[in-house]
Design a protein around this ligand. Sequence first.
Ligand code: FAD
Length: 544
Amino acid sequence: AKKYLVVGGVAGGASVAAKLRRLSEEDHIVMFEKGPHVSFSNCCLPYYLSGTIEKAEDLVLMTPEKFDKQYNIDARVNNEVIAIDREKKEVEVKDLLSGKTYRESYDKLILSPGAQPVKPDLPGIEKVNTFTIRNVVDIDKLQQSIQRIKPKHITVVGGGFIGIETVENLIEAGYNVTLVQSPDQVLKQFDFDLSQIMHKELIDHGVELILGDRVEAFEKDEVILKSGKRFSSEVIVFGIGVTPDSILAKEAGLKLGKRDTIWVDHNYKTSDPDIYAVGDAIQVYNPISREYEMIALAGPALKQARAVAMHIHGIPVVYPGYIGASVVKCFNYNGAAVGLNERAVKALGIEYDYAFVVPKDKVGLMPDSEELHMKLLFEKPTGRIIGAQAIGRGNVDKRIDVISTIMRAKGTIDHLTDLELCYAPPFGSARDVVNMAGFVASNILHGTFKQVHVDKIRSLLEEGAFVIDVREWDEWDVAHIKGATLIPLSELRKRLDEIPKNRPVYLHCRSGQRSYNAVLALQNLGYTNVYNISGGFIELCFYE
Ligand code: FAD
């Protein structure tokens, strides 16, 4: 029998321990967790603030007793591994309740220590009540504090997915919330254009959204921003990112990777052949960017854990690389993304283009059909899919999951056009959003038509461009872009004499679909310099 020690008892740690047991009954498995709980749902923590999850103890999925009874795993909570003696193959452990230290030997050691929330050392921070969210103790402390303080106002600093989920749940619990985010957008997995939808959603739900400004200092119950703006706030929650909890590995002399992550090979082995590492703390390879990075998502941690247990038992594993498929809910909108966004693609210097479509997520006749905004990025000239983002009220995760699957299989946009997806009106449409994005991307790649995105419309009009609105009269009467000319698609072929041939012509409609048809009609009628304005009036509304 072998002896396996696991550091960290939550996502990656608990999974590796359980899988090791499933692969062998005779081995001795010990799992150390410095906190008081093993195997809790990190991802559900924010939902305790709104009462969606009623009791803090419901967040804890397994207890040390259950680990013992169900898996014969020795799970030791309040036990911190404080050093690794690689020579002797032993760890030094501190029992945080008794203060005593002891040593434990191993055949293989697996590290899954996770990542720590960043808490900035800002002037006056001791004068306010500050919180971060990593575990059940953190969320319970935050919940108990706000129930005691009854704050008139709460500030969430950081608009990543933990920040957004915290804001949503605090609003649902009835608090006044300000969200301060130093970049000019929330949720940086999305590009600026798509993130506007989330900004509107936050504002529509009463969140005071402060973008492009940063918290610089605090006074008693007061937040001071870089811009000089100050406001009262009794509770501050930081969600400004995480750093890998790699100190133990570093002190043991293990090789580190990017951003102080733990370096691992394709079998999740560290620079010591008897020590593996998984989860938020490790460096992973992104096959799209061809770069190493840190990825703090539960799915990869669990899959890495399974792979490590299998590798220890001599079962070959495949290292797939990680492309960051993720999803987030922001009130009534859902947003999912995978791969690289446009910002990242530009920074890497990849030659690319993208399709931007806004079809309905179900057959339009269905009363609950909703617009789904999708951006699909592809490499030129190969058509390789390099990223996708989808935001809507409906099933965005299904669409991004499909694209993520195709990306894993090294697919191109042409694979999306042919993809056979299940359909009935309550679920989607016969040409699903994924197919639509594929059609448009394929048309762009193969030069069927030219496009500019709607964010260019202002500058185009200022330069005197000829912009045609192909929507119908009633839509124009409700609202239209100043400087555009109305030629509804239904009148286009009768009003060709109004459309110049000697200068570029830009066409827009509500979503970019009718204008696409108009562009093709004009091209077939001999116009050579026509552009579709992708995103259309719907996207423009999010900019204004
Ligand atoms: P963890 O699950 O954090 O476990 C690490 C554990 O190791 C910690 O409990 C820590 O106390 C312990 N530890 C560290 N050092 C030692 C030591 N020396 N000795 C003993 N114990 C030690 N991901 C998603 O994919 N989707 C989501 O919706 C999502 N929502 C999230 C919401 C919140 C609020 C948070 C905090 C995270 C969320 N995540 C989400 C991220 C996800 O939880 C992590 O990616 C995942 O838990 C990583 O697993 P891990 O094992 O690396 O780290």
